[in-house]
Structures are given as C-alpha cells and as structure tokens.
Design a protein around this ligand. Structure first.
Ligand code: GLU
Length: 463
C-alpha cells in the first residue's frame, strides 16, 4: 500500500522552521515511497489563526519546492463532521456527556495539585447518562490495560490506561477539540503515517484511544525530536530567527534550508551536501535520530555559501533583485552579471551578495574608517598617477590590461602593487574588502573609475 502522509500546521503563528522540517520529512517519505503528501490547515482556533499565516504556509512550501497532492483540507470547514463523530460515540457508549461546571473542575484540579497529585478528571459524569446538549462530550477512555505506540522513530512506548484522562472531545458550544478533529480528519483523509514533532507523542496515546473507540484503523506514528537552539532550549524567536520566513528574509536560499533541515535530525552516512533527487532516493524513517538536534547557524551559513556558488549567475541575479535597495537598470543588471562569479565566491547570504553588488552600481556613499590608511599624501599621489594612466587608455579594456598598466606604475614608483590596489579599492568601493579592483574597473568602465577616484581625493582633501 502506498503511504498517505500529511502536514497539518496551525496558522496561529508564523510557520516555525521545525514545522518546515516536519513538512519536508513527510514530503520526502511520500515521494520516496510513491505515496501522497497532503496538506491540512488546522485553523479551528479562530481567535489566533490568521489569513496571513495561512498564506505564508502555502508560500513557504512553494518556495521550498514542497508540492502537495489533492486539495488542501481546511479543518474549520469540517466542524459538522467532527460533531457528528462525537455524537455517534455517545450513542455507541464510547463517549459521554459531562456537565461538570468549569468552576467545579477548577476546584478539583486545585485540590489535586495542592496535594501534589497530577490532576485527572474523576469521571463524575461517566455513568450518569446525561442528555443535556449544552454539556461537553468526553471520551470514555479505557480504565484497564495499557496503550502502546510502536513509534517508527522512538520505538515502543507504553502508557498505563489508568494514567489517561477522559479527555474532552466536544466543547459545550459544540466545537471539537484538537484531539477529536485531528483523529477524524486523519481517518477521513486515509492517512497511513503520521510524522510529526515529538511534542505530540503524549497526545498519541489519547488519539489511539479515539481511533479504537471509533473502530478505525490506527495509522503508524513517527515522532521526530524537536530542534533546539545553541543553549539547549527549544528553538524560538528568542534565539533570533525561528520562522522559515525569517530565514528567507535573511538571504538563505530554499535549497540551503531544505538541505540543512534534512540533515538536522536525519543522516545518510557522512553526507552533508544532499541534492533533492538524492534526498528522495535515500530518505527513510530509520535514519532519523532519537535525540534533539541543535541549530547551528555557522553550518547553515556555510551551506548557503555553497549553494550560492552553485547557482547559475542569472538565477542568482533574479533571486537577488528583491534584496537590492533600489531598482536597477538593464545596464546595471549586466554589470552585476559580469561581476557575479567573483561576488558569489565570497557571499554567505543573498543579503551579503546584494550588499556587495552595490560596488558595480553606485559610487560609495561613505568610506569605512579603514580607508583612511590609504588617504595619505603618498597614496593620493599614487592615485593621481593611476588617473593619468587610466586617462591614457581609450575604449573598453580588460581586467588583464588594467592590471598590467597598474603593475607597471607600481614598478616605476617603486611601491608594492598592493599599496596602489588598496588605495584604489578604498576609492572605488569605500571599503577594503571587495572583488578584484581590476575586474571592478573592467565592469564599471574607465570614466566611472576616474570619477570615483577623483571623489575620494576630493573627500580626503576636505578632511
Ligand atoms: N496542528 C498541529 C500543530 O501545528 C499538528 C497536529 C499534528 O501533526 O497532529 O502542532
């Protein structure tokens, strides 16, 4: 049988990077096994769910190339079905109505806790046959025996049924709880495998009881350890970026995020760089680790640098355009494309890249402090010589020709080439780290170069 898996995010917050990994693992499991990957938006919490968060779920999945099969299921459209199931369970005696008031329950809970005991509903209404429709519906959970999950990641986990509560399935206002809707939807969507974060493991015992009470086949479960920050706490906004949208905005490529998340908690030998095709070919549940994974920003950056280098220049350029501060002309795009090989060799993020490209588009608007080292009389005199050399060149020139002329100048003046090159870099870029100055000149042209050098000399003169 081909597996049917699902990704069931709640749009109550911006999609967490851990949820993206859950989506990826489900998707890879489906694609590896020729199954289906379904999407369900769990938007029953109307107060906290937002349209914008829902939109971002679709957008991020598309951005990552995680495509879904069939129409996405919107959970809030299925409330009638959830209610019907709860009512059928009451008729069949596997659930019951309970009219204990919230105040009574709160008092009992407080008493249990003050006696140091875990709180569990005491079953007051379990055998009272209450018919009042304003009451909640609770699961008549099994009192004896145990419930076992044979988890495909965590192994076998058993809980005594006496520990399990008669959980609420339907609230008194007729709305279903998460516990009920998730089971009904997974059943109706014919889900065969539930792959999700291990924060849901304790829910699984309760959900299995609902499956059994309804006489439905229980799917297989795989609970993935959560992602932690460097301090060992669950990765959250506190650690900086925690949502997929944050990483997109920070200039990480989708292929980096996919590869990084895949390796975070799953392994294939020592392979670090794994293509999409390889991921589909190799993915299995047995190589998911049991311990929590730590998010390593440095590793993510290095991987991004790798994928930036891998991208062809034209696709990198179009990816980068929204990161530029201003719109650029076609001529400027051409300049960027010519400089891209050099730029992409040193960028860790697309934001870095966008920053670095400004050198091809505009004269520096300010000079880093470090540039003052090259604003001495000697350097300014050298820059005057550079201008004279460049003025003597007509038409377009190559990087090599410029390098040759400047080398000759250095020899004539008896200075090291680096002294002239750094002074030129300060003048052309406003900073001392940049692609080759000779290449910059080839791309921006002699006229622009001379203008920038003159501006630098005027600036240093005024200081
Ligand atoms: N909507 C739940 C969440 O976002 C997931 C439910 C599930 O995977 O069973 O945590």
């Amino acid at each position: 049988m081909f597996p049917r898996v699902r990704f069931a995010p709640s749009p109550t917050g911006v999609l967490h990077i851990g949820s993206v990994r859950t989506a990826l693992f489900n998707w890879l499991y489906a694609r590896h096994n020729g199954g289906k990957f379904l999407l369900r938006i769990e938007d029953t919490d109307k107060v906290r769910s937002t349209e914008q968060n829902t939109k971002l779920i679709f957008e991020i999945l598309e951005w990552l190339g995680i495509d879904w099969d069939e129409e996405p299921v919107i959970q809030s459209t299925r409330l009638t079905r959830h209610r019907e199931v709860a009512e059928t369970m009451v008729e069949e005696g596997t659930a019951y109505r309970c009219c204990c008031s919230p105040e009574e329950l709160a008092a009992k809970k407080e008493k249990a806790l003050s006696n140091g005991k875990p709180y569990k509903y005491d079953g007051t209404c379990r055998d009272r046959n209450i018919t009042n429709l304003q009451s909640v519906i609770r699961l008549k959970s099994k009192l004896d025996g145990n419930t076992k999950v044979t988890d495909l990641v965590q192994g076998s986990v058993v809980v005594e049924n006496s520990q399990l509560d008669d959980i609420v399935l339907l609230r008194s206002d007729g709305t279903p709880t998460y516990m009920l809707s998730v089971v009904v939807d997974d059943h109706d969507m014919d889900i065969t495998h539930i792959i999700r974060g291990d924060d849901h493991l304790t829910n699984t015992f309760k959900q299995i009881q609902i499956y059994e009470a309804c006489g439905w086949t229980t799917p297989s479960f795989a609970h993935i350890p959560l992602i932690y920050g460097p301090d060992g706490a669950k990765l959250s906004k506190r650690h900086g970026a925690a949502s997929a949208v944050d990483y997109r905005e920070l200039g990480y490529l989708p292929e980096t995020i996919s590869n990084y998340l895949l390796r975070l908690g799953w392994s294939h030998g020592n392979d670090e760089i794994i293509s999409r095709a390889e991921a589909i070919e190799w993915f299995d549940l047995k190589n998911i680790g049991k311990s929590p994974s730590r998010f390593d920003m440095k590793k993510l950056q290095n991987l991004n640098a790798h994928y930036i280098r891998q991208r062809d220049n034209a696709s990198l350029l179009s990816y980068m355009l929204p990161f530029l501060k201003e719109q650029i002309s076609e001529a400027e795009e051409k300049r960027l494309l010519r400089g891209m090989d050099d730029l992409k060799a040193r960028a860790k993020t697309v934001v870095d890249l966008a920053e670095a490209t400004t050198v091809y588009v505009e004269a520096p608007t300010h000079y880093d402090d470090a540039c003052s080292k090259y604003a001495t009389d000697i350097h300014i005199a050298l820059l005057h010589d550079v201008v004279s050399v460049l003025d003597g060149i007509s038409g377009s020139v190559t990087e090599e020709q410029i390098a040759q002329s400047i080398k000759e100048l250095a020899e004539q003046q008896g200075v090291k080439l680096i002294e002239i090159a750094q002074a030129m870099r300060a003048a052309l870029c406003g900073r001392l780290v940049s692609p080759s100055v000779f290449q910059i000149i080839e791309i921006i042209g002699i006229k622009e170069t001379v203008n920038r050098i003159n501006s630098f000399m005027a600036y240093t003169n005024c200081k």
